[in-house]
Design a protein around this ligand. Structure first.
Ligand SMILES: NC(=O)c1ccc[n+]([C@@H]2O[C@H](COP(=O)([O-])OP(=O)(O)OC[C@H]3O[C@@H](n4cnc5c(N)ncnc54)[C@H](OP(=O)(O)O)[C@@H]3O)[C@@H](O)[C@H]2O)c1
Length: 243
């Protein structure tokens, strides 16, 4: 690759904050951004899987803990990746107010709060990237969408609003929508061989996704080359959303 092309994806000198970095898709995105030259602040709950400089906080209690720890480690965050998510999958009728609030807190409130903190700061510096991880369940039910689908539909709206607010100041906001990806979140779904086969067959690729499938998409959306791509949703799903 020549130098001009390499520069489109070069994150040298940038700092990224990745939530959900202790596992699955978030861990793969954190590794990819690191590989592209960014300093990566990894957030999750499980300190052991985050490494020595990890940020451990429970987003069910709000994003203030992540923000305080990230700001103590870095002067600025240039790239925000909201990848933490939880999907307990009870049928909608079994979701009470407490569980509803918890699911919304992790999947939608935290991306909102982190965006409210970092978006204006990125805009003031004239450069930033926000990447929100959505879900096909924002638009289409499978496996008890419940409050999780509500939150992920909110992510679609949040992404557009963030783009509208800060893109004039050099900050793009986009979402990534995974298909069915083998991670701890989907272990229960994939434990049923018929269900796993159903999702495999429905994807155009006839495969499930792997966390590593998100590496290139994340580097693209985080990099200088995607400056004119904003308010968009990129499906990394093997074609699942168009079957
Ligand atoms: N896998 C799929 O098929 C699929 C499909 C559509 C969308 N997604 C989305 O992709 C994203 C990543 O999911 P994944 O499949 O990679 O799942 P995963 O392997 O289970 O990872 C989930 C991550 O979210 C973090 N997290 C969960 N609850 C949290 C909380 N209360 N506070 C702080 N962090 C919390 C976890 O941290 P700890 O483990 O440290 O607690 C972990 O790092 C999620 O937003 C998910 O909704 C996944």
């Amino acid at each position: 690759m020549n130098r001009d092309t390499t520069a489109l994806f070069d994150l040298t000198g940038r700092t990224a904050l990745v939530t959900g970095a202790s596992s699955g898709i978030g861990a793969a995105i954190a590794t990819a951004l690191d590989g592209a030259g960014a300093r990566v602040l990894r957030a999750g709950r499980d300190r052991a899987r985050l490494g020595p400089d990890g940020i451990s906080a429970d987003l069910a209690h709000g994003a203030a803990g992540v923000i305080a720890q990230a700001d103590a480690r870095a002067d600025a965050v240039d790239i925000l990746v909201n990848c933490a998510g939880s999907n307990p999958r009870p049928p909608l009728g079994d979701i009470d107010d407490v569980l509803y609030r918890e699911i919304l807190a992790v999947n939608l409130d935290a991306p909102f709060q982190l965006g409210q903190h970092y978006g204006p700061r990125m805009a003031a510096r004239g450069w930033g990237r926000i990447i929100n991880v959505a879900s096909t369940q924002a638009h289409r039910a499978f496996g008890n969408s419940g409050a999780y689908g509500v939150a992920k539909a909110g992510i679609a709206g949040l992404t557009r609003s963030q783009s509208e607010a800060w893109a004039p100041s050099g900050v793009t906001a986009n979402s990534l929508t995974p298909g069915l990806v083998a991670t701890p979140m989907t272990t229960a779904v994939l434990a049923d061989p018929e269900r796993a086969e159903y999702f495999r067959r429905r994807a155009h690729t006839a495969t499930l996704g792997a966390p590593s499938d998100f590496a290139a998409a994340a580097v693209f959306l985080a990099g200088p080359g995607s400056a004119f791509v904003t308010g968009q949703n990129l499906c990394v799903d093997g074609g699942l959303s168009v079957t």
